[in-house]
Design a protein around this ligand. Structure first.
Ligand code: IMP
Ligand code: MG
Length: 186
């Protein structure tokens, strides 16, 4: 294995995790649910999740972007297309880290008076939480490690990996392609 690389969820682990969360959502939302996915890291997770669910989801997307790097303040870059008033909404995230993004999304969407609003994340790194956020569905809780794969990127790379891996951010900073050879078999 390459230095600093550790597989946290392999393909089977991802499949089992997605199946469990799909079941949790099915149980809570028998009448169907709006899945509001936060672009772009949640896309692989969302795609697998909807196909593992039994209840009928409506899928929509939003995107947020920082005002200025390092400020922690964000704004809506792309809004949902549908009206969520009186709907049951589950926000789908790739990772909740400081919680700033999720707290912003929570504020934005709760103003629209959905019937219910809850959060689902593939990865929960609560060691770094700045803003408290209640997570109804968590795929995996991880320690303070940088992760790539299954939607999560470093400078746009590694999103399409079928595994979730912890990687060394210093190695990535020196060479963004450092893990390409190890993770993308020829
Ligand atoms: P938060 O507002 O700090 O919770 O930010 C979460 C967002 O930062 C995620 O939606 C990701 O886009 C990005 N992010 C945070 N940690 C990681 C990581 O370990 N790998 C890749 N992206 C990350
Ligand atoms: Mg993201």
């Amino acid at each position: 294995m390459v230095e600093g690389l550790e597989i946290l969820l392999d393909r089977e682990g991802i499949e089992a995790t997605v199946a469990r969360i799909a079941e949790e959502i099915d149980e809570r939302h028998e009448d169907g649910v709006v899945l509001a996915a936060v672009l772009r890291g949640s896309v692989p997770f969302l795609a697998d999740l909807v196909r593992a669910m039994s209840v009928r989801p409506v899928i929509d997307f939003l995107a947020i972007t920082p005002y200025a790097p390092g400020t922690g303040r964000v704004r809506l870059l792309k809004d949902l297309d549908i009206d969520i008033t009186d709907r049951d909404v589950v926000v789908v995230e790739d990772i909740v880290d400081t919680g700033l993004n999720s707290a912003f999304v929570h504020g934005e969407l709760s103003r629209r008076e959905p019937r219910s609003l809850s959060f689902c994340t593939l990865v929960d790194r609560r060691a770094r939480r700045v803003v408290p956020i209640e997570l109804a569905h968590v795929g995996i809780e991880i320690p303070d490690r940088f992760v790539i794969g299954y939607g999560l990127d470093h400078e746009g790379r590694y999103r399409n990996l079928r595994v979730l891996a912890a990687a060394d951010p210093e190695i990535l900073a020196a060479d963004p392609d450092a893990y390409v050879e190890a993770l993308y078999p020829a």
